[in-house]
Design a protein around this ligand. Structure first.
Ligand code: ADP
Length: 620
């Protein structure tokens, strides 16, 4: 048994002990009852030949029938239960893969190659040669095969060992029989291996079509893309794309045809060789019966058992070739499951401090995304003073979001370090480290759960604190109009009465979630981009109170909001090129003044009086 197969068996046992036990029992009984019935027939026929008393015969027949009946019932029952257990085990397996998807380091979660691996695993799933599912399924059949082979051998062997005093007792016949049997099993097996290689090729071709298919299926079901598809009149294009990608040049159909022909050939080959073995045994037991009195019951039992043996051998060989021919499925499974988890790094607990003295800093932070060469951040060294608020500004693509992904440890630096209280961030327990941050990402995601749960990120929540957070972000008016209050579902996936929030309202909920989290560090990436100016102004004012005594970093494109921050950090091409207050920066030529002037001109054109926003109307 290969180490990988052993690992599958161990993991299957861990996923569901019950499944393994039921498989063993179901495998045993479904194979044992055909043998029992052959054995009973043999005994009855032999007893008949020996003028056995009528009562003994009847008793034997009744006991025999009862045995067959009971083992058949047990087998049927366990096979039935096995199906349930199997589907439950598969569900657990899929769940474990899904849990892995959210446990793995974020850089893998974002990697398209890893996403493809995940899709491939489900596609290969049950039926894919060498998949985890197939090996787990084979527990039952392997037990069954063992029982059948041993039982059939026990029923066939007397045909060879029975002493008739003729030439047919010679062990040469047994040897010849075994050779023929081995050949009849081996030849189709070899051919099967080739077939499975073809099958895997077909699956990998289908897989790219499936990626497109899944993408398109999501596209057509997603109401968001539904808007674009209609307004940009994309229906035809989606249709053509779909047709083109599902079976490029009909190659999958051709491959499938070849596979079917191949299976036909395997069938013919095994049928031919099996008939050879059967003919051999029939002739032998026939001659032994005529010449040396081999009992009729033995003849019937041996020939019937041979049919069982041949059928089982061919199934066994097929299964073995499926399991072993190409273990790409199970290899892929473990490649995926063995990707490093985010929490596998540090172990130092984050100190609980009431004074919020969590000091965040970076040293020579340098970073490029995995699989790329271009540095996105260069050598950034900065100390964030506890309790101070920072505005991060810069053109699109200057590395602001990437910087916060590194501060929050979604990615590890290529060089340099992020530090918390002067200790490298990756030394800390990941979950405890995460809990320090109240984050609103630019592309934040709200799950379709109930409002209360969504904000608290937990089923148990403090209602009063949630309502306070909702008040802070200016959501109260809307909240009061919700009949189910915090029990209102977001979106309609799980609840037809769920509410659909506008972009601005969603942003308010994401902000409320950050406030409720109440960690010592706020990181907000364009948190108010979808809000109207009045809501934005109010929220920024509120945030000054909320973040008092805490460190806060706010990325913002609206430079007018920078006045709420103690210090502005200007990013340009992955570097912090300027830092200071608005007053300090706006009067000196540089990136900040450029950004400011561009925006101030816009404000002037719009006739917005900046002095009302607490700024002067300076243009350098
Ligand atoms: P900003 O927030 O300042 O607009 P980002 O940090 O989002 O800038 O992006 C900086 C650069 O990093 C961009 O050129 C972007 O294309 C690149 N980038 C962002 N995310 C990824 C990613 N997952 N893989 C590769 N490159 C990325």
């Amino acid at each position: 048994m290969s180490p990988l197969t052993r690992r599958v068996l161990k993991d299957t046992y861990q996923l569901s002990k019950r499944y393994v036990f039921i498989s063993l029992i179901a495998g045993f009984f479904s194979s044992v009852y055909p043998l029992v019935s052959i054995y009973i027939s043999r005994r009855i026929i032999d007893l008949l030949g020996r003028n056995t008393p009528y009562e003994t015969l009847i008793r034997f027949i009744l006991i025999g029938l009862l045995l067959v009946f009971v083992s058949q019932i047990i087998s049927g029952l366990f096979n039935y239960v096995h199906q349930f257990e199997q589907s439950e085990m598969y569900q657990r397996l899929e769940l474990s893969r899904n849990l892995k998807s959210i446990a793995m380091e974020f850089r893998y979660a974002e990697d398209p190659a890893v996403k493809e691996m995940r899709q491939k695993l489900t596609i290969i799933g049950f039926g894919g040669p060498g998949s985890f599912e197939m090996i787990a399924y084979s527990i039952k059949s392997m037990v069954g095969y063992t029982v059948s082979i041993l039982g059939a051998a026990w029923l066939i062997l007397p045909a060879f060992s029975y002493h008739t005093g003729t030439i047919y007792d010679s062990p040469v016949f047994l040897l010849l029989f075994l050779v023929l049997l081995a050949l009849s099993a081996y030849l189709p097996h070899r051919y099967n291996l080739k077939q499975n290689a073809k099958m895997n090729k077909l699956l990998s071709t289908v897989e790219s079509s499936n990626t497109v298919f899944n993408y398109l299926a999501n596209l057509v079901f997603d109401p968001e893309s539904g808007k674009e598809i209609r307004l940009y009149r994309q229906q035809e294009r989606v249709n053509r794309w779909f047709e083109k990608n599902t079976d490029p040049q009909g190659s999958t159909a051709r491959m499938l045809r070849e596979l079917v022909y191949g299976w036909g050939k395997v069938g013919l080959l095994s049928f031919g060789s099996n008939q050879g073995v059967i003919l051999f045994l029939y002739l032998l037991v026939g001659f032994k019966g005529i010449a040396g009195g081999l009992p009729l019951g033995h003849i019937v039992a041996a020939t019937a058992a041979l049919n069982v043996l041949i059928a089982v051998l061919s199934e066994l060989i097929t299964d073995l070739s499926i399991i072993r021919s190409d273990s790409s499925g199970v290899q892929l499974h473990y490649e995926y499951m063995d990707l490093p988890n985010q929490t596998q790094h540090g172990s130092i607990p984050v100190e609980k401090r009431l004074d919020n003295d969590y000091h965040l800093s970076t040293e020579n932070l340098t970073f490029h995304y995995p699989g790329t060469q271009r540095n996105i951040l260069h050598d950034i060294t900065i100390d964030f003073q506890v309790g101070r608020s920072y505005a991060i500004v810069g053109e699109n693509g200057s590395g602001k979001t990437t910087f916060i992904k590194l501060l929050t440890r979604l990615y590890d630096p290529v060089d340099g370090a992020v530090k918390l209280n002067r200790i490298s961030a990756d030394k800390y327990d990941t979950n405890q480290y995460y809990s320090l941050f109240n984050v609103v990402f630019q592309d934040f995601d709200l799950f379709s759960f109930k409002l209360g749960e969504t904000i608290a990120t937990n089923r148990d929540f403090d209602e009063e604190r949630i309502v306070n957070a909702l008040r802070d972000v200016g959501f109260m008016e809307r909240f009061n109009s919700l009949p189910k209050g915090l029990e209102t579902s977001l979106n309609k996936e799980f609840d037809a009465q769920g509410i659909t929030l506008s972009g601005g309202e969603q942003q308010k909920i994401a902000l409320a979630r950050a406030i409720y989290n109440d960690g010592p560090i706020y990181i907000l990436d364009e948190p108010t981009s979808a809000l109207d100016p009045i809501s934005e102004f109010e929220i920024y004012q509120k945030f000054q109170q909320i973040t008092r005594g805490k460190t806060s970093l706010i990325i913002s494109h609206r430079l007018s909001s920078c006045r709420f921050s103690d210090e502005i950090l200007v990013f340009d091409q992955g570097r912090i090129v300027q830092r200071g207050s608005h007053e300090e920066l706006v009067h000196i030529p540089g990136k900040y003044a450029d950004l400011w002037n561009a925006q101030a001109r816009h404000y002037q054109e719009e006739d917005i009086d900046l002095t009302k926003l607490g700024l002067d109307n300076t243009i350098v």
